[in-house]
Design a protein around this ligand. Structure first.
Ligand code: PSU
Length: 307
């Protein structure tokens, strides 16, 4: 089977490609492993609308029936969310799901790969994976960081998830040569909170400035992507001081239960949802929509730069 048989574009995405319209990739691990039903499906559909309102075309990515699907119908999203055996796919097992026909949701790493194969340069998510707390003994470092270093896709996030070790995550990104650009403020955001307490390595406030930075990286032939950190809107944030205790409790629960590897992030997100009595989900939904809007604007700006 050839690569073009493995990648199946929806009609909307194929038409956008043919017309040269800007596209924004969206991931599905957030749907299957990041949020509860039915908010997960409702959010995925709402996020697509936000991308359209920004003037771009959404391309939600998943592995279904041995193909990389780029652009899903509402019914396909609903079906994926309802299945029990959906794999959480990264670089190591993306091809495994394709070869075996298992359904799979794409993490940031796998979505970057799929987006790049489909010629999509901008991708919106909630928060990337990174270096987990205690990584000095567990060695738990998300493959998202290495994929950002390898593959030229711009990932719009609200920072790294605050359950991670953010200083170590920044160190690894710097070592790998991944630029981290915060929008609208000097401090790096921390997913549910606007302030991580750490200065952002770089700052740019306008989509056009981000597009021009990307064009300059291309001129130099630098490989890899760019991480955009977009702070959650003030009205929707949960301040870091308030999140700290919830995050610590959720992580110690995960340790006590022996939760490891790929299961850690979904478990901790679920515990934090309970501990915040649902508020973390409201914030998560708001920040993903906010990222989708910015990603749409960057995709439009990139098109203008190229044109
Ligand atoms: N953003 C969210 N919720 C999520 C994720 C992102 O708001 O659940 C997912 C992404 O797919 C990311 C994954 O790649 O969490 C990180 O998982 P891990 O820490 O196991 O690498």
């Amino acid at each position: 089977m050839s690569l073009s048989d493995r990648i199946r574009l929806s009609d909307e995405v194929a038409a956008a490609q043919a017309d040269g319209r800007p596209l924004v990739a969206l991931e599905t691990t957030i749907v299957t492993h990041g949020m509860p039903y039915p908010e997960n499906v409702a959010t995925a559909l709402a996020v697509e609308e936000v991308v359209r309102a920004a003037g771009a075309v959404p391309a939600t990515i998943a592995i279904i029936d041995g193909a990389i699907r780029v652009g899903l119908t509402a019914a396909e999203l609903e079906e994926l969310a309802g299945r029990k055996n959906v794999m959480k796919l990264s670089r190591a097992d993306l091809a495994f799901a394709l070869a075996t026909g298992r359904p799979g949701a794409t993490t940031v790493a796998a979505t970057i790969i799929a987006a790049s194969l489909a010629g999509i340069r901008v991708f919106a998510t909630g928060g990337i994976g990174g270096v987990h707390r205690g990584a000095e003994t567990s060695f738990d470092v998300s493959a998202d960081l290495y994929e950002l270093a390898e593959t030229p896709v711009t990932v719009v996030s609200a920072g790294a998830k605050a359950l991670l070790d953010i200083p170590k995550t920044l160190e690894v990104l710097e070592t790998l040569g991944v630029p981290v650009v915060t929008v609208g403020q000097d401090v790096l955001p921390a997913f549910w909170s606007r302030d991580s307490g750490l200065p952002s390595p770089l700052r740019l406030d306008e989509p056009a400035a981000i597009a021009s930075f990307l064009a300059t990286r291309e001129e130099l032939g630098l490989k890899g992507g760019l991480l955009v950190a977009n702070p959650v809107p003030l009205a929707d944030e949960i301040p870091a001081a308030e999140m700290r205790a919830h995050i610590e409790e959720a992580i110690s629960d995960a340790e006590r239960e022996g939760v490891r590897a790929k299961a850690v992030t979904p478990y901790v997100l679920g515990r934090i949802l309970t501990l915040t009595e649902g508020r973390s989900l409201v914030t998560n939904i708001a920040l993903v929509k906010n990222n989708a809007r910015l990603a749409g604007e960057i995709a439009v700006a990139l098109q203008a730069t190229a044109g």
